[in-house]
Design a protein around this ligand. Structure first.
Ligand SMILES: *Cc1c(COP(=O)(O)O)cnc(C)c1O
Length: 414
C-alpha cells in the first residue's frame, strides 16, 4: 500500500475494485452499524431467515417426522460437511458436523489418548482458548493419570517428548490473531510420536487451511463465527482418514452406530467419520449453518484471504494515521500474513472504549485485561467501513468518551 495519507474517498475507491463486493448484499446487516465482531458471531445471511422459516413451517409443520426422509434431514450433517471440507483442506469423509466445539474437543481428545496408549500428556499453551483447556482438564480428571501440560508457544517443540499423546493448539490465537505454523508443529508432534489436534475456530472461513497438506490428525471448528451459521450453530470435527478404523469416541450415541435403526442393544461404531456423531442432529441449526456455509463458499477461500489481509492492513495503517498519541498499541502481528482476520489493540481503558464504539455503531469486542478486538469478515465488510470504524475510534479517544460511567460498567457477556 502507498504511503500517501488515506482519505474516506480513497477507501471507497478500494470498494469499487473489490472482487467480493457482490456478497455484502447477501447479508442482512442493520443500517448504521459497522460490524467488526464476525469473528465472534457471524452476520445473518439473507437466505437463512427464509430457509429456517421453510424448515419450521413447511418441513416440520407439514411433513412432520416424514421429513427425515422426504426432506433429507438425516443427510443434512453430511451435506454440510461436504460444503465445509474444502474450506479446511479435508475430504468430505473426514469431517463430521455435530455438537459444539467444546464437545467435539472432548471426543477428539479422548480418542487421541486411546490412539496413543501409555502416553498420558495433553500438551497445549496457557493462552489457548479457555474451553479447550477446561475440556482437557475435565477429561484428565475423569480418566485419572492424564495431565494437561501447558508451556509457552516458543517451548512447545522442545516439550514434545515420549509422554505426549496429543498436541492441542488453536490455529489462530483468539486474542492476538497470531497464526501457528500448523505443518511445522504437526511434524514436530509426529517426530515425537504424538498426534496433533487443531482448533480452527478462528480459521475456518477466514483463511486457507490445509489439514491434509499439513498432515493434521484431528481438528475441530466453530460454526457461528466466520461460517455465519447463527448463535450456537453446530460445530465440526475432523479425523484424518488414516485414523478412522482405530478411532474410538467416548460418546457412543445411536447416531454414530453402524446401524442406528437396527436398535441393536450393543454399540458398534459406524465405519469412518460417522462414528463421531452422537445424538439426533439439530435440524433447525443445521439448516441455518448450511445457508451460512453456502454463502461463504461463493467467495472462494483465496479471495477471502486476499481481502481479509487488505482489510486488516488498512485498519492497522489507519489507526497509525488517525489515532497516534492516544496510547493504543498493536497486539496483533504487524505482518498481515502472520495474523488471521482480526486485529487487536491494547489500551488500559479498552473495555470502556469498546462500549463507546458500540454506542456509535461500531461493534467490536473486549478481551480481558486490555484488548480491543476487531474482526474483519471479508464477505460482508467494506473498506469504507474500516475508515468509518477508525474515525469513530478517533472521536472516542479525542472526546475521552471512555470516561463516561455507563461505558465502564461491565455486562454479563463481553
Ligand atoms: C469460539 C471458540 C470456541 C467455542 O466453543 P463452543 O463450544 O462453541 O462454546 C472454542 N475454541 C476456540 C478457540 C474458540 O475461539
Amino acid at each position: 500500500m502507498s504511503s500517501v495519507p488515506l482519505t474516506r474517498e480513497g477507501t471507497a475507491a478500494l470498494d469499487a475494485g473489490d472482487e467480493l463486493a457482490f456478497l455484502r448484499e447477501e447479508f442482512a446487516l442493520p443500517p448504521g452499524v459497522v460490524y467488526l465482531d464476525g469473528n465472534s458471531l457471524g452476520a445473518l445471511p439473507r437466505a437463512t431467515a427464509a430457509r429456517v422459516r421453510d424448515v419450521v413451517e413447511h418441513e416440520w409443520g407439514e411433513s412432520l417426522i416424514r421429513s427425515w426422509n422426504e426432506h433429507g434431514w438425516i443427510d443434512l450433517p453430511v451435506r454440510v460437511a461436504a460444503l465445509l471440507a474444502p474450506l479446511v483442506g479435508a475430504s468430505v469423509d473426514e469431517v463430521a458436523v455435530a455438537d459444539s466445539t467444546s464437545v467435539n474437543l472432548f471426543k477428539l481428545l479422548a480418542g487421541a489418548l486411546r490412539l496413543r496408549p501409555g502416553r498420558k500428556v495433553i500438551l497445549s499453551e496457557p493462552d489457548n482458548f479457555p474451553t479447550d483447556l477446561y475440556v482437557a482438564q475435565g477429561l484428565a480428571s475423569l480418566l485419572g493419570g492424564v495431565e494437561l501440560r501447558l508451556v509457552p508457544p516458543a517451548e512447545l517443540a522442545a516439550a514434545l517428548d515420549e509422554s505426549v499423546a496429543v498436541l492441542m493448539l488453536t490455529h489462530v490465537d483468539f486474542r492476538t490473531g497470531a497464526i501457528h505454523d500448523m505443518a511445522a508443529l504437526t511434524q514436530a508432534a509426529h517426530r515425537a510420536g504424538a498426534l496433533a489436534l487443531w482448533d480452527l475456530a478462528h480459521s475456518a472461513g477466514a483463511l486457507p487451511v490445509d489439514l491434509t497438506g499439513g498432515e493434521a490428525d484431528l481438528a475441530v471448528g466453530c460454526g457461528y463465527k466466520y461460517l455465519n451459521g447463527g448463535p450456537g450453530a453446530p460445530a465440526f470435527a475432523f479425523v484424518a482418514r488414516r485414523h478412522h478404523e482405530a478411532f474410538e469416541t467416548p460418546l457412543t450415541g445411536w447416531m454414530g452406530h453402524a446401524e442406528p435403526f437396527a436398535f441393536d442393544p450393543r454399540y458398534r461404531p459406524a465405519p469412518g467419520i460417522a462414528r463421531l456423531l452422537c445424538g439426533t442432529p439439530p435440524i433447525l441449526s443445521l439448516a441455518a449453518l448450511e445457508c451460512g456455509v453456502l454463502t461463504l463458499a461463493r467467495a472462494g477461500v483465496d479471495r477471502l484471504r486476499r481481502k481479509s489481509m487488505a482489510l486488516t492492513d488498512l485498519f492497522v495503517r489507519l489507526v497509525a494515521q488517525e489515532c497516534s498519541g492516544f496510547g493504543l498499541e498493536l497486539a496483533s502481528p504487524h505482518e498481515a500474513r502472520a495474523r488471521g482476520s482480526q486485529v487487536s489493540l491494547r489500551h488500559p481503558e479498552g473495555y470502556a472504549i469498546v462500549q463507546a464504539l458500540i454506542a456509535r455503531g461500531v461493534i467490536g469486542d473486549f478481551r480481558t485485561p486490555d484488548l480491543l478486538r476487531f474482526g474483519f469478515a471479508p464477505v460482508y465488510l467494506r473498506f469504507v467501513d474500516v475508515w468509518d470504524a477508525v474515525a469513530s475510534l478517533r472521536a472516542v479517544l479525542l472526546g475521552r468518551e471512555w470516561e463516561r460511567p455507563d461505558y465502564r460498567r461491565r455486562a454479563a457477556v463481553t
